[in-house]
Design a binder for this molecule. Structure first.
Ligand code: URA
Length: 190
């Protein structure tokens, strides 16, 4: 069994008990399925977003809606297409009206996120938006202040940046997001 197959096998085992989880569905009535994440489990770089939106919920895949299409384009131009890296979210179910996940929801999803990180064992984590960075480091952040600054977390370099959805609302920051993602990818190639 090669490393990719082995890690995928471990991920599948990790996901199995969560497939029956109904906990968040009570509070997340719009969620139709759990979006665990996808990509190459043997990647050196893991991208973490906030939570699935409508399109992600429908397709069962992370970052496939409008902000996902932007992320996909940036990854392709950075020579790290989606199938070569792994993408997941802090919260795996679609919150109502796409609101920010609540602290209790983040806490409920954290063991699954930590399990994914342990199996994938990336060199670099690129967090997209404040929710993802906050979920890892456990304190509120101002993403405009912290983005682009590498942060050491349990021996892994975390590079926080903006969420692509923020760029759709503030296109003048696109260059910054592209630069941060390129920095993260280049660090993972080292
Ligand atoms: N926003 C996220 O944070 N994650 C997705 O998967 C899609 C949009």
């Amino acid at each position: 069994m090669n490393a990719t197959t082995h890690k995928q096998h471990l991920l599948n085992k990790l996901y199995e008990p969560y497939k029956k989880c109904k906990g968040c569905h009570f509070k997340m009535p719009l969620a139709t399925q759990i979006v665990f994440g996808e990509g190459n489990p043997d990647t050196k770089i893991l991208f973490i977003g906030e939570a699935p939106g409508r399109e992600e919920d429908l397709q069962g895949k992370p970052f496939v809606g409008r902000s996902g299409k932007l992320l996909t384009r940036i990854l392709e131009s950075a020579k790290a297409p989606r199938e070569t890296i792994f993408i997941t979210n802090v919260v795996k179910c679609r919150p109502p009206n796409n609101r920010r996940p609540l602290p209790a929801e983040i806490a409920a999803n954290k063991p699954l996120l930590i399990g994914q990180i342990k199996i994938i064992n990336p060199q670099i984590i690129c967090t997209l938006g404040s929710s993802a960075f906050e979920a890892l480091i456990g304190r509120p952040v101002k993403i405009t202040k912290e983005r682009g600054k590498p942060f050491s977390w349990n021996g892994i370099t975390v590079l926080p940046t903006y969420h692509p959805a923020y760029i759709l609302r503030n296109p003048k920051e696109l260059e910054t997001l592209v630069r941060d993602i390129n920095t993260a990818i280049n660090l993972s190639f080292k």
